[in-house]
Design a protein around this ligand. Structure first.
Ligand SMILES: Nc1ncnc2c1ncn2[C@@H]1O[C@H](COP(=O)(O)OP(=O)(O)OP(=O)(O)O)[C@@H](O)[C@H]1O
Ligand SMILES: [Mg+2]
Length: 249
């Protein structure tokens, strides 16, 4: 039984169809990349899966439960966590306290929440920042805190919405192995959207491509990146035409 099954999900905003009959599944402990150009509907699909938006039609099954109509906190309690593309730090919290907010989903004990928060901060290699105020942190650290907060809810599946956005090259290079360890050592399944394709290719067993709300390709990362339909979606018909002309020249 797949861990997540997205079945014909359509999401409309007024006249705009942000997701159109999108179907895919994700196995336990699998890492799947969800890619596509700006506005393809990746974040919207995350919002539908995580219970932030009601779907227009379709069904979503997580860990054997129909979660289609559930609210975000109910979905999170079942073991599905997410990070946000745009992270808003709660300015008056210290790092550890911020992560404890996640841990409180599983425990009422402050002591237990604190020790869980500290363990995740250690795992993400920012243990030394526990006492810092959220707003004092550079973006890369804030992203790791957001990740720790999601992890403290003890998810079976983590949706990562552009973790690499706003990071520089060396920060991207250091977060890739951290995410891989998360997946390999902690057994957490990942669904990640990312414009940094190098990161998607490094982490994903499988890639799904959205364009204008529709799934246009799915498969092994390298095969998908060679798919002319995917190249066209990313680079436009113009690029394909030029490439053909170059090949024929
Ligand atoms: N809350 C909303 N209300 C109305 N339209 C929305 C809303 N959220 C997203 N959209 C629209 O849905 C479409 C898909 O947007 P979405 O943010 O899901 O794309 P994306 O693939 O995440 O893009 P990006 O790569 O830029 O993050 C866009 O046309 C967007 O303007
Ligand atoms: Mg997005």
């Amino acid at each position: 039984m797949p861990l997540l099954e997205v079945m014909g999900v359509t999401k409309e905003f007024g006249g705009l169809t942000a997701n159109w009959e999108v179907s895919f599944s994700l196995e336990e402990n699998e890492a799947v990349g969800l890619i596509g150009p700006n506005g393809a509907g990746k974040t919207t699909l995350f919002n539908c899966i995580a219970g932030h938006f009601p779907v227009t039609s379709g069904r979503i099954i997580f860990n054997g439960r129909d979660i289609t109509a559930l609210k975000a906190h109910e979905v999170a309690r079942l073991g599905l966590a997410r990070t946000f593309q745009i992270f808003q730090a709660a300015g008056d919290l210290r790092v550890t306290e911020n992560v404890m907010v996640g841990a409180f989903m599983r425990t009422a004990s402050r002591r237990e929440a604190r020790s869980k928060a500290e363990a995740w901060l250690e795992f993400l290699e920012i243990g030394q920042a526990g006492q810092a105020m959220m707003t004092e942190l550079p973006v890369a650290m804030q992203k790791r805190v957001a990740l720790a907060t999601a992890l403290a809810t003890e998810p079976k599946l983590l949706l990562l919405d552009e973790v690499a956005a706003g990071l520089n090259r060396s920060e991207i290079e250091t977060i890739i192995p951290t995410l891989r360890r998360l997946h390999e050592e902690k057994g957490i399944a990942l669904l990640l959207t990312e414009h940094v394709l190098e990161m998607v290719l490094a982490l994903s067993h499988r890639v799904i491509v959205l364009e204008s709300g529709r799934k246009i390709a799915e498969g092994h990362p390298e095969a998908v990146m060679k798919d002319p339909e995917v190249i066209r979606a990313y680079l436009g018909d113009h690029f394909i035409k030029r490439q053909r002309e170059a090949q024929n020249a």
